[in-house]
Design a protein around this ligand. Structure first.
Ligand code: PMP
Length: 344
């Protein structure tokens, strides 16, 4: 018998939930510096709208229905650089809500069209209007001026972290068991930070020493500087400020990856292994390689896990589908991908 009041009450999200999460885990072999190695990655492309953000959108909406903060017919209003907007647009529409997304105007056209295809309204926000921070402010202002608005506030909402604590984390642990291993390290690019915080806390919940590293673009460090410096091409991460759900004092060192290096590795995953992933997946793979190297100093064959947050389909008009020149200190040209194995 269930003891959770949330589980006892039927939620409108129950009908949609089977389409979200339960993604495959990949064990990818590669050679680097003359040795065969492997990393593990969750294949998040398989979610309902093709990204990891469906997990967070589902739990935020589930919690908001349960608390009465979200009622049938309310307008869902969120600031997003893309995937979150797509998740709320699709799930929101499935539940009959109007959806309004404030989005920086430099994001890929595929993202804009996808959100519009779900019948959601997009409000483009220029850098003169404040970019991402401006988008959040404008979403808040809309909510103060209009009735029946629900603001998910992904950067501050604890249900964002909880989504990964309750789903991504347990899936990772169970699937690693199928490979007969346990995680020593986890690394993930930080957008809201929900993934790195939620999975990290879950893997460490029994006091096990698991190294949990946030990742950001080397071209545009935010976590290490506290504000936005420069620009980068890893859409979905490093959104101009440190979100409140990110607790840097709980995490290990920040890993930085060049955006061109991430593009090259994402291209390799697609060309060599048929894994059609987005740019942040390339960054996460390289982050896992860096953490692997660090942990190898103290342990033989450490197990490092990451996520492939989305597919290449939203980047067909971007540099992901152009020839990318290799930088001098890039890792991707040194890595030779071998076979991979997937489990459910
Ligand atoms: N990669 C992509 C493509 C994303 O859209 C996001 C979310 N914005 C992330 C990585 C980072 O995920 P999180 O928000 O959980 O930190």
């Amino acid at each position: 018998m269930s003891t959770s009041p949330l589980l006892e009450t039927r939620s409108p999200l129950d009908d949609i939930a089977p389409l979200i999460g339960h993604t495959p885990m990949l064990e990818i072999e590669f050679t680097w510096k003359g040795r065969s190695r492997r990393i593990y990655a969750k294949y998040e492309l398989e979610n309902m709208t093709g990204s990891i953000k469906d997990r967070m959108a589902e739990l935020i909406l589930r919690r908001a229905y349960a608390s009465g903060e979200l009622k049938p017919g309310d307008t869902i209003v969120e600031a997003s650089s893309g995937n979150t907007g797509i998740s709320f647009a699709a799930i929101g529409r499935a539940l009959g809500h109007p959806v309004r997304i404030y989005m920086p105007n430099w994001m890929s056209q595929e993202r804009v069209r996808l959100i519009q295809s779900f019948g959601a309204d997009i409000v483009p926000v220029s850098s003169e209007q404040g970019g991402f921070v401006g988008a959040i402010r404008m979403a808040d202002e809309y909510a103060t001026k209009h009735e029946n608005v629900f603001l998910p506030r992904q950067f501050d909402n604890p249900a964002n972290v909880e989504a990964h604590y309750c789903s991504t984390g347990p899936e990772i642990e169970r699937q690693l068991e199928q490979f007969g291993v346990q995680a020593d390290g986890f690394v993930a690019g930080v957008g809201t930070g929900g993934t790195v915080m939620g999975v990290g806390r879950y893997l460490r919940r029994n006091g096990r020493r698991v190294h949990v590293h946030p990742l950001e673009p080397a071209n545009s460090p935010t976590l290490r500087t506290g504000c936005k410096v420069g620009s980068h091409r890893i859409q979905g991460i490093s959104d101009e400020f440190i979100p409140s759900v990110v607790k840097l004092d709980e995490l290990d060192e920040v890993v930085d990856i060049w955006d061109g290096d991430a593009i090259l590795l994402a291209q390799e995953l697609c060309e060599r292994n048929g894994l059609a992933v987005g740019i942040s997946s390339g960054a996460n793979f390289l982050g896992a390689v860096k953490v692997l190297e660090r942990l190898e100093a103290n342990k033989r064959d450490p197990v490092v896990v990451t996520v492939f947050p989305d597919s290449n389909k939203k980047y067909l008009s971007t540099d992901l589908c152009r020839r990318e020149p290799a930088g001098e200190d890039y890792l991707a040209p040194q890595i030779r991908l071998q076979r991979f194995r997937a489990v459910r």
